[in-house]
Design a protein around this ligand. Sequence first.
Ligand SMILES: [Zn+2]
Ligand SMILES: [Zn+2]
Length: 128
Amino acid sequence: MADRNTMQKEIICQTLREMHCHPSAAMVYDQVHQSHPTISRSTVYRVLSRMAEEGKILRLDLAGGDSRYDGEVEPHSHVRCRVCGVMADLPAAPVGQPADDQGFLLEECAVMYRGLCPCCRRKAEAQC
Ligand SMILES: [Zn+2]
Ligand SMILES: [Zn+2]
């Protein structure tokens, strides 16, 4: 029998992968809690943060200290609605490699677009 920690980790990881809304840790916990009420909030937070450190999931640190999680680790860009805050994936846009003359090792580039989601866009256009 797989040990309890591994099982909990798999449940949390699987739940995140099925959520495509780039949820916060609290949202992942709510979802996990519905099917697995014995998994504690602190376990969900701890597992998410460890998996992000291990590169198994992405953590998106938003302005204002809000963190969202993403089960999709292939490189991709994000768009965030500036009205309702909903986030979606975009195919990775080719980003030119910047000239680095300072000796940094460039490992990744996180692109975050801001805009209006289809719903907020319809509302905004309806007001004109
Ligand atoms: Zn919106
Ligand atoms: Zn994403």
